[in-house]
Design a protein around this ligand. Structure first.
Ligand code: TRP
Length: 332
């Protein structure tokens, strides 16, 4: 029996090369080895974007297209939209009954966001409960493994504590999930900071060859290398970091490294080489994107089938949950 895996992403916009090199590559690998369920968690997006929900629908579509183009295969894994599986909301309600407020107030991501996010009013009930909804996502499928970044570890710890508390009260129904830390190569954006949509420095998975080159061409390099004749230091160059991720030609990388340090090669030539490698990686990605983007019926069928598969698993767990709690058994 394959181990069960759940992970999710909030639909907040187009995904970029950072997502591709981190989470997505990892998710694509995992779909062969595990029984994976990947969710576009639109309820989670509403939690912070409730005052303007106008982008959520389109963002779900973008995320799905990015996932499929990156190589998530609906034949190998289950891809669903969270709100299409109503059991997420139902289990969230059940778990909210037994989750002590202290666990939520103490959560470092909660404290951090309340302090740092000023343009949104986050003083609402569900925002505090973010980790409870996330726990419901995972526990609904009895996932044993959850591939996420280090930033999610506190949420996973809360999910595990919720399982222990639930099982203590009602018997062994839920499964304690384990975190599976995603290896995340360093992918800086065009300005040298971490690639992020909110910094406006992202190269998107869906960028056309022209847009991609324009972003690479104008990307920051070693700031100390002002003139073509100045030697540079690749270790201080964000373009070099992207080479490390997308360029597997070791001989060429050695040449570029030495060329930079001796001013033998200019930044534009180095970027042109990088462009070739990124473009090569993008070929299958763009091919898959075209297939789904131009076939709305196919995309809709896939969304529908994903929801159906997820509902079967989720329905099973919810039945066990309400029976364990001791509610009146449901008509089947
Ligand atoms: N909180 C996660 C993030 O911001 C997204 C998420 C929601 C998630 N539910 C999940 C991740 C369940 C893993 C499992 O990245």
């Amino acid at each position: 029996m394959k181990k069960r895996v759940f992970s999710g992403m909030r639909p907040t916009g187009k995904l970029h090369l950072g997502h591709l090199a981190g989470a997505l590559t990892n998710w694509v690998k995992m779909q062969d080895e595990y029984d994976c369920i990947y969710g576009v968690v639109d309820w989670h997006a509403l939690m912070s974007d409730y005052a303007d929900s106008s982008q959520i629908r389109n963002n779900c579509r973008e995320v799905l297209l990015d996932w499929l183009s990156a190589g998530l295969d609906p034949e190998k894994c289950t891809i669903c939209i969270q709100s299409h599986v109503p059991q997420h909301a139902e289990l969230h309600l059940a778990l909210s009954m037994i989750t002590p407020l202290g666990w939520l107030y103490r959560c470092p991501t909660y404290k951090e966001q309340i302090l740092n996010i000023q343009n949104k009013d986050l003083s609402n009930y569900a925002f505090l409960g973010y980790p409870v909804l996330m726990a419901a996502d995972i526990l609904l499928y009895k996932a044993q493994l959850v591939p996420v970044g280090e930033d999610q570890s506190a949420h996973l710890e809360i999910a595990r504590e919720i399982v222990r508390r639930f099982n203590n009260f009602y018997g062994d129904v839920l499964v304690e999930p384990q975190i599976k830390l995603t290896p995340t190569p360093k992918v800086p954006g065009t300005d040298g900071r971490k690639m992020s949509k909110s910094y406006g420095n992202a190269i998107n998975i869906s960028d056309s060859p022209d847009v991609l080159w324009e972003k690479l061409r104008t990307m920051m390099t070693d700031p100390a290398r002002e003139k073509r004749t100045d030697p540079g230091d690749p270790e201080k160059c964000p373009v070099w970091d992207i080479h490390k991720v997308f360029n597997s030609d070791e001989d060429q990388k050695n040449e570029l490294f030495e060329g930079c340090r001796t001013a033998g090669i200019g930044c534009v030539d180095c970027k042109k080489k990088l462009r070739e490698h990124v473009e090569k990686a993008m070929i299958p990605i763009r091919e898959r994107r075209a297939k789904y983007e131009n076939d709305e019926t196919l995309l809709q069928a896939l969304i529908h089938e994903g929801a159906r598969k997820a509902q079967v698993m989720a329905g099973q767990t919810m039945e066990e949950v309400v029976n364990a709690i001791g509610f009146v058994p449901r008509e089947r």
